[in-house]
Design a protein around this ligand. Structure first.
Ligand SMILES: C[S@@+](CC[C@H](N)C(=O)[O-])C[C@H]1O[C@@H](n2cnc3c(N)ncnc32)[C@H](O)[C@@H]1O
Length: 258
């Protein structure tokens, strides 16, 4: 598959998109410390991008496996995580079908990873692969752009600094598939002072939350619930009224385990 996160967009992403993963990384770290204080500190970050969240978990003493399909995003993750290289494994793989060498206590995806996968069958592949990668009793967390979030209007955004400029426009939503393209273009200054253009389209797919919860059950996850992004421990029932929600589930191979 062709990665949508192409070389120079990775630079722009890292420069301008960091606030949300930083906020969510801190929230998920606190969540895991609270629900599993005695668990192994091991994280699988699926769709790890440039390693923004992985870095936060490394700093908290976790061993981290970061997985992404984009070589450009992984290259930046490798740079960022170099100081913790002995505790980090980075893998280039498709989130819908992968295996990792050792299971982890916590699997996490931030910034709409299921929305990037292009359909519920592929989301099921992701959930199945992650289930195999998590220890019995372990946890899964991810965020999700809802149908409402994908349908909502987003004003065109443009950002720039001395080296990077980027513009983002949402294309029309296809009501038959609930897919919507995000057109991203810009320039990055190279070592010679020239401005190298880049252009990419990222397609997001939204799913009814009930379908995501059913897919979790189909793939062996239990105790699944939907939460608000700022309160990951409390189930909410109005997820479809929010633009983005968190989804939490657990792998319980042993029904009587605490
Ligand atoms: C919005 S970025 C989020 C990156 C990171 N999680 C963060 O919060 O900064 C989405 C990431 O998902 C990755 N991605 C998209 N489809 C993927 C797939 N099928 N398998 C693995 N990674 C994928 C992209 O390459 C990109 O790095």
């Amino acid at each position: 598959m062709t990665p949508e996160y192409v070389e120079d967009f990775a630079t722009a992403y890292d420069r301008f998109w960091a606030p949300y993963p930083l906020r969510m990384g801190a929230a998920w770290l606190a969540f895991h410390a609270r629900v599993a204080p005695d668990a192994q500190r091991s994280l699988l970050d699926v769709g790890c991008g440039t390693g923004i969240v992985a870095e936060q978990f490394c700093a908290a003493g976790y061993e981290v496996v970061g997985l992404d399909v984009s070589a450009a995003m992984l290259a930046r993750a490798r740079e960022r995580l170099a100081p913790a290289a002995d505790r980090v494994t980075l893998l280039r793989a498709d989130a819908t079908n992968f295996a990792i060498p050792r299971p982890v206590a916590f699997a996490l995806s931030t910034y709409d990873i299921p929305n990037h996968l292009g359909g519920l069958d592929r989301v099921r592949g992701y959930l199945r692969s992650v289930h195999r990668a998590v220890l019995p009793g372990g946890w899964l967390g991810f965020d999700l752009c809802t149908l409402r979030g994908l349908r909502s209007d987003l004003a065109p955004v443009s950002r720039d600094d001395d080296t990077v400029s980027v513009a983002v426009n949402r294309g029309p939503l296809d009501p038959a598939t609930d897919r919507r393209p995000l057109h991203v273009s810009g320039t990055v200054r190279d070592a010679a002072g020239g401005h190298v253009p880049f252009k990419t389209t990222i397609t997001n797919t939204a799913y009814p939350i009930a379908d995501i919860l059913a897919a979790l059950a189909d793939t062996g996850w239990t105790d699944a619930y939907v939460a608000a992004l700022d309160d990951l421990g409390t189930p909410v029932h109005d997820g479809e009224q929010r633009d983005r929600v968190a989804v939490i589930a657990r792998r319980r191979d042993h029904p009587h385990e605490g």
